[in-house]
Design a protein around this ligand. Structure first.
Ligand SMILES: [Zn+2]
Length: 190
């Protein structure tokens, strides 16, 4: 299962109302390392069209819901995979897909604050110029069981888990039914 980090920064443990939604977005972005933390659960409960800056204030643009804004090939692959998962009774949904450059910048800046350096932050979040969420080529999924199902079955549609430290992050990374490439330790190795 490999939760590379189970430690949640102290600032993230305080469930203040103002911070809660932004923290949930960060959890969806993979900034919260603990797989089974209450914060991660909160990310799945949040309305998908909630729009927030890193500080928790309303942003001008909504965070895309579901497959909105994704590369059409990725959206089609995910929709087919999700239909099969649901047919098998497995819960699976996108917790974070396409992000605007501004949304990614807010996540990156929050990551810098949380982890203290670009080198440490890059394990969990990339700047807008490098993030595959900004190009519509990545999805974060949940809950844990659904992500595990996608890890086990996603290659039938070309979908692969990419990083050892992010069980939720998938990309179109192989041909349908071909094996997935070896996972990278984390996003900083990209
Ligand atoms: Zn991701």
């Amino acid at each position: 299962m490999g939760t590379a980090s189970t430690e949640i920064p102290a600032t993230r443990r305080v469930p203040g109302a103002r911070r809660a939604a932004a923290v949930a977005v960060l959890a969806g972005a993979g900034l919260v390392g603990g797989s089974f933390s209450a914060v991660t659960v909160a990310a799945q409960d949040i309305s998908p069209d909630v729009s927030l800056t890193a500080a928790g204030a309303p942003a001008a643009k909504s965070i895309a819901a579901g497959t909105d804004g994704l590369d059409p090939s990725l959206a089609a692959a995910y929709n087919s995979a999700a239909a099969e998962a649901h047919a098998q009774g497995v819960s699976l949904s996108i917790t974070s897909g396409y992000r605007t450059p501004a949304e990614q910048e807010a996540l990156w800046e929050d990551g810098l604050q949380t982890y203290g350096s670009p080198e440490a932050a890059r394990r969990w979040v990339l700047p807008p110029s490098e993030s595959t969420h900004v190009t519509g080529q990545a999805i974060d999924v949940g809950p844990r069981e659904g992500a595990q199902w996608l890890e086990d079955n996603g290659n039938h549609w070309g979908l692969c888990r990419m990083y050892d430290n992010e069980w939720w992050h998938f990309e179109l990374a192989t041909a349908p039914d071909a094996p997935c490439p070896a996972r990278l330790p984390d996003a900083s190795d990209r």
